[in-house]
Design a protein around this ligand. Structure first.
Ligand code: G1P
Length: 278
């Protein structure tokens, strides 16, 4: 059983400046809900109730969001507004939240390695909250992480969610290649972090959902900095693929890149239509 889920949230969110100057990008809302809450809801729905954040300076709003606000709760007690807090209250009651800090911004691999203290020696999920995912168009089917937990039970190895992207977009992602096991599953044999234009090994880009086996920590410890001088999870996963198995999964559903203004607006419009549309 996978119970733990890691949220690396230390990044600066420079693509959203000046909005993210004093506010974490993860609390920017899609409609009335912070991005990070969508991610925690997805983890919770997949049965992952031990939530670990790898956080950093200026990110206190995330901790406060996943905590009681007694003054506010007292103020709105008995009014219709209480209903708006039902979702976050359920998460607070049913999940546990742990925090550790990434001191230096040394890449996603480094952030995940910092999470070792909250994860320990068990398989765990990783959610990059920038990627807002829906398992189905109406959001009612199993979420992407839940689909991946099912695969973990079958394969007992690391799983990465992938999506086909246009060739001209591949340089923004970790890109995989491998041997097709079915229409949706690939046994990974190659993986490159942000390949220069024209060099990607395929059009299958890794998106921000992972299930990792705990040997990844030891591998990360022994991985040299890669792209942009940062410790890359992609490089560690490639080592893992060489030693055992890493499965790439073309997930069912859709994903919005809320780390970009375009994706953020697209998600906002989509969720507005879902919630208030006819
Ligand atoms: C990170 C990973 C990359 C992955 C992407 C998904 O990159 O390094 O492999 O494709 O997340 O969102 P970032 O977007 O943090 O630069």
């Amino acid at each position: 059983m996978i119970k733990k889920c890691l949220f690396p949230v230390a990044g600066y969110g420079t693509r959203f400046l000046p909005a993210t100057k004093a506010m974490p990008k993860e609390v920017l809302p899609i409609l009335d809900k912070p991005l990070v809450q969508y991610g925690v809801e997805e983890a919770f729905a997949a049965g992952l109730t031990d939530i670990g954040f790898v956080t950093g300076r200026g990110k206190r709003a995330i901790e406060d969001h996943f905590d009681m606000s007694y003054e506010l709760e007292h103020q709105i007690a008995g009014t219709g507004k209480e209903r708006q807090l039902a979702g976050i209250r359920e998460l607070i009651e049913r999940c546990s939240f742990s925090y550790t800090r990434q001191i230096h911004m040394r890449g996603l691999g480094d952030a995940i390695l910092k999470g070792r203290t909250v994860i320990g020696d068990e398989p765990f999920g990783v959610v990059l909250a920038d990627d807002l995912c829906l398992g189905t168009d109406d959001g009612r089917g199993p979420g992407v992480l839940q689909q991946m937990v099912g695969l973990y039970r079958q394969f007992r190895c690391s799983i990465v969610a992938v999506e086909e992207v246009p060739a001209e977009e591949a340089h923004k992602y970790g890109v995989i290649a491998g041997e097709a096991l079915s229409d949706t599953l690939i046994r990974v044999t190659d993986m490159v972090e942000k390949p220069p234009k024209g060099t990607a090994p395929s059009n299958l880009a890794i998106i921000g959902r992972y299930i990792l086996t705990p040997d990844i920590f030891e591998i990360l410890e022994n991985t040299e900095p890669g792209k942009n001088g940062e410790l890359q999870i992609t490089d560690a996963l490639l080592t893992q693929a060489g030693q055992g198995c890493v499965i790439a999964y073309k997930f069912a559903g859709r994903r919005f890149d809320c780390g970009s203004v375009e994706g953020f607006v697209e998600a906002t419009n989509f969720f507005y239509q879902l919630k208030y549309g006819g």
